[in-house]
Design a binder for this molecule. Structure first.
Ligand code: GLY
Ligand code: MN
Ligand code: MN
Length: 435
């Protein structure tokens, strides 16, 4: 385990965070615990993003603590102690000595001393900030603490949402690797290909580049493309069907998130092309709206207007644009029958990153600022099995989503995933062409 960023970058983050808090406080940020997958086998461990953000520490069960007495902050890590027998089975540990020497904290202690040390700290401060729900031992200590426990997340989130140059560089790498993986999948497209096979191409590209998925890959052929969170990836993709792949990787904790939809035989049908062109136009309009200073909601509204008008033009909705959009603040009209999710989310250490502005994009949300990274991912879904709404016969069974990762800058949006083709001609030229 080595530090991802310079010690100075972490110290700056810690100072910017702690500088927002009053004196005579304690802050408790636990990481995740190991999670059981089956009997004595665990899920691969992934540290909590707040822990990664503050100090880059990647071992499980640990806790980052900052205390302030009379104005000076002292930071510490409580970590699993070195233990040869445990390390033979589970891997090497840095231990408190390694943590104190090589990580950006003032002190380190064994996690076995957490209760004793933290209980006495709790009695000696005016304000307690803690992330609850991750570590039972911490939660039980806080349960017996009599004053209000404050939430540190808003203070951290306001920092995490603006990426540093070093973070942007990693996210650019993550976006480029995921783009390469999608291109390899397109090159392997052919009628009858298994969804699982395309998944394996994507994920082997991640693994062979010392990365891994940031969220379970979605590979949905035919009607499965119209299921938003499909990820069983167990059907073959038939001749004439589209396949929707929503897959991204993680590099040093930083996610990419790309969706492409393409015909497995290399040629869009007329109906598929009509829906694809509409989603692409909506996505391009939304990317254009990702401007420094714009309201969060504006890129969702830009995509929605294009989709609503397009659904009218294709004869799928029989109403005016105003009626299709619905309440001018809510954007809740009948176009939502076919485009029912938000247009994007923040992206960073979490694939659905902190900073606000999700919930189907209904709230005004934050103002977009230089250094933020968002996804832009409109879609249209016409699952023929649906009973909630009429599905036009011509488009029945089609699902299309197009998703890119966008860096907001003062000079306009930068598409970090631009090396992944999305124009129909560019995709048709490589589908099934081999690597
Ligand atoms: N892959 C999850 C999403 O697109 O939001
Ligand atoms: Mn996605
Ligand atoms: Mn996404």
């Amino acid at each position: 385990m080595v530090l991802t960023f310079s010690a100075t970058e972490y110290s700056n983050r810690q100072s910017a965070f702690l500088g927002q808090l009053p004196d005579d406080s304690i802050v408790i940020i636990p990481t995740n615990l190991q999670a059981v997958r089956s009997n004595d086998t665990h899920f691969p461990f992934r540290a909590n993003s707040y822990m990664l953000y503050l100090c880059g520490w990647g071992e499980p069960e640990s806790v980052w603590i900052a205390t302030n007495s009379g104005g000076d902050w002292i930071t510490s890590l409580f970590v699993p102690p070195q233990d040869t027998k445990a390390e033979i089975w589970e891997g090497r540990r840095a231990g408190p000595e390694g943590a104190a020497k090589n990580w950006p904290v003032d002190e380190a202690h064994s996690i076995l001393n957490l209760n004793t040390i933290v209980s006495s700290m709790l009695g000696n401060c005016d304000n307690v900030y803690a992330i609850r729900g991750l570590n039972l031992e911490i939660d039980s200590m806080l349960d017996v603490y009599e004053k209000e426990v404050l939430n540190p997340k808003p203070h951290l989130d306001s920092l995490r949402v603006i990426k540093s140059e070093a973070e942007i560089e990693l996210m650019r790498e993550s976006a480029e690797l995921a783009s390469r993986a999608h291109v390899l999948a397109m090159r392997s497209g052919k009628p009858g290909v298994g969804e699982w096979h395309l998944q394996s191409i994507i994920e082997s590209c991640f693994t062979s580049n010392r990365s891994h998925w940031a969220y379970p890959s979605i590979v949905g052929g035919g009607e499965n493309a119209a299921i938003l969170h499909y990820n069983s990836n167990c059907d073959a993709v038939e001749d004439g069907d589209l396949v929707l792949i929503d897959a991204g990787c993680e590099i040093e904790g930083y996610a990419s998130d790309i969706t492409r939809t393409w015909p497995v035989n290399g040629n869009f049908t007329e109906a598929q092309r009509e829906i694809y062109d509409l989603v692409l136009n909506a996505q391009l309009a939304a990317i254009g709206a990702c401007q420094h200073g714009a309201h969060w909601i504006s890129f969702h509204q830009a995509a929605s207007r294009v989709i609503a008008q397009g659904l009218i033009d294709l004869g799928i909705l029989d109403c005016t644009l105003e009626e299709a959009i619905g309440d001018p603040k809510e954007f809740d009209g009948p176009y939502r029958n076919y485009f029912m999710h938000g247009t994007g989310h923040f992206l960073g250490l979490d694939v659905h990153d902190v900073g606000g502005g999700r919930q189907g994009d209904k709230d005004a949300g934050p103002i977009l600022k230089s250094g933020m990274i968002v996804t832009v991912e409109p879609g249209l879904y016409f699952g023929s099995w649906r009973t909630d709404v009429e599905i036009p016969e011509k488009y029945a069974g089609i699902g299309v989503r197009i998703e890119d990762d966008i860096l907001i800058t003062e000079d306009g949006p930068v598409v970090l995933t631009s090396s992944c083709p999305k124009e129909i001609g560019d995709m048709e030229a490589i589908i099934g062409q081999g690597s």
